[in-house]
Write a protein that binds this ligand. Structure first.
Ligand code: GDP
Ligand code: GDP
Length: 454
């Protein structure tokens, strides 16, 4: 009777550990009791109790891994968000907004035995704005006689209703096939890698050794990339061979020309720095190891952090560093680099060539972190455990709940937490620290934003 036989269960055991495999997300939206959880259980192929008999109870997990016909995807069950004091309509609207933000395909579930209520009309109006496919599910169509009920759901303006019975499985195979057709191969915000060599900005205050390092890296046969091929326009970028890989050092024209502005030199230098970082994917921030870290160094560093690009710190002029200076520097770094404890530091000498090769692995690590995507299912199961062990501090007598998290973007990794209340800055930092412990992100900034569901 069920056309779900052969279903392969969830995919959490095979291959997800360690590697961040991007997989698309399906979000299930609808009023309470229309059968969302029952349907999610069908989709993830588990009989375990996702369904709660106690209304209003927030389940501890809402994202699950599913596998159908060899394709993996994440199912987000918004059924865990039962309406609170803010009312049913607002709660379902919030689900829809979340789904539009986080999912690749949205399933609106309606109870066919009840038909479309004003809540469904309201949510359909929101979902019609969705840029992602929305599938309309007429649930509880347990037998042929109920088929007629589904026709009225055309009025929601979301296309053809899919009649299913989540409870018995009827029609659900067809629905799953349709879901697979609608799901993209990879998540919607899967970054699109820029073709060609990775782009590196070489930045730092004047005299820190930028030109020397560029010369060292390019040697005699510097290859120059023209901004417009075949014209006489100033060369802008430089191609560098380092550790068997070609890198594109951006905006290097000024480095080679050594322009001296009589006044406003620093202003121009900072404009140039900003432009270079903006057009790069990762920045090598050069510091002069033989001198104390200055305000100017910190300004460059701040610029790099705020740009959201990957960062490698290079302590240059290491040939001038003796034991006393080294000890001093450790203290300075602890103070000065509090903002970037996550960046890798490489000690180099542009003059002697010491360790410049080591820049390459550090750049690769930073870029890999910058590109990382944590699958929604894995993110949420990790977060659930973290929050159970260390819940957010109570504010005004209320315990804020973290309902769901999603990585909204890569480059840099950007996370959105949906919560039922305000999270203090200290707690957000705690989450970032734990996120880094769990998933790495060496050399990349990580952004976390919090959406409070009113
Ligand atoms: P949710 O609140 O939307 O997650 O709904 P649930 O999955 O908890 O289901 C609410 C009630 O509807 C439960 O008692 C289910 O057993 C029942 N239900 C779910 N799907 C079906 C269905 O296809 N047919 C029938 N007859 N009942 C269903
Ligand atoms: P830029 O202004 O950042 O491009 O710095 P330059 O490359 O022009 O270097 C400024 C000065 O520092 C020059 O006199 C370089 O020879 C010197 N310099 C650069 N790198 C090193 C290094 O690794 N060790 C030492 N001892 N001197 C260096």
């Amino acid at each position: 009777e069920s056309d779900w036989s052969g279903f392969d269960g969830d995919g959490s055991e095979d291959g997800e550990e360690g590697v961040a495999v991007p997989q698309p997300t399906l979000a299930v939206v609808g009023r309470p009791n229309v059968g969302k959880s029952t349907l999610v259980n069908r989709i993830i192929g588990r009989r375990e109790a996702v369904v709660q008999d106690v209304p209003g109870v927030t389940r501890d997990r809402i994202a699950y891994d599913a596998l159908w016909n060899g394709r993996k995807f994440t199912v987000v069950d918004t059924g865990g968000w039962e309406p609170d004091a803010t009312g049913l309509q607002a709660a379902v609207a919030a689900q829809a907004e979340l789904a539009m933000e986080a999912a690749d395909v949205i399933l609106l579930v309606v109870d066919a035995t009840v038909g479309a209520t004003t809540t469904e009309e309201a949510v359909a109006k929101i979902l019609r704005r969705s840029k992602r496919p929305v599938l309309l599910v007429a649930n509880k169509v347990d037998d042929e006689r109920l088929m007629a009920e589904t026709a009225s759901l055309w009025s929601l303006g979301l296309g053809e209703p899919w009649p299913v019975s989540g409870l018995h499985g009827r029609g659900s195979g067809d629905l799953l096939d349709e879901i697979l057709r609608a799901l993209p191969e990879s998540p919607r915000d899967d970054f699109n890698p820029v073709a060609g060599p990775r782009r590196v900005a070489l930045v730092g205050k004047p005299n820190v050794g930028k030109s020397s390092l560029l010369n060292r890296l390019t040697g005699e046969n510097r290859s120059v990339v023209d901004s417009v091929a075949g014209t006489t326009v100033d060369p802008v970028d430089t191609l560098v061979e380092l550790d068997d890989e070609t890198w594109r050092f951006v905006d290097t024209a000024g480095l080679r020309k050594r322009v001296n502005f009589a006044s406003g030199a620093e202003y121009y230098a900072s404009l140039r720095t900003k432009a270079a970082i903006d057009s790069a994917e990762v920045a090598i921030v050069l510091l002069d190891a033989s001198e104390p870290i200055s305000e100017q160094d910190l300004r460059v560093l701040t610029m790099a952090v705020e740009s959201g690009k990957g960062i490698v710190l290079a302590m240059n002029k290491w040939d001038l560093v003796d034991e006393d200076r080294r000890k001093e520097m450790v203290r300075e770094l602890e103070r000065g680099l509090v903002r970037v404890p996550w960046a890798e530091t490489v000690n180099i000498s542009a003059l002697t060539g010491r360790a410049v090769r080591k820049l390459a692995p550090a750049l690769r690590t930073a870029l890999a972190s910058w590109d990382t995507r944590v699958p929604t299912g894995r993110l949420n199961s990790w977060l659930t455990d973290l929050i159970a062990a260390t819940p957010p501090p109570v504010r005004g007598g209320k315990q804020p709940k973290v309902l769901f998290a999603t990585q909204a973007a890569t480059r840099p990794p950007t996370f959105v937490l949906f919560t039922s209340g305000f999270l203090e800055a200290g707690y957000r930092r705690f989450i970032e620290r734990k996120l880094r412990e769990e998933f790495g992100f060496t050399g990349s900034p990580v952004r976390i934003s919090v959406r409070v569901r009113e």
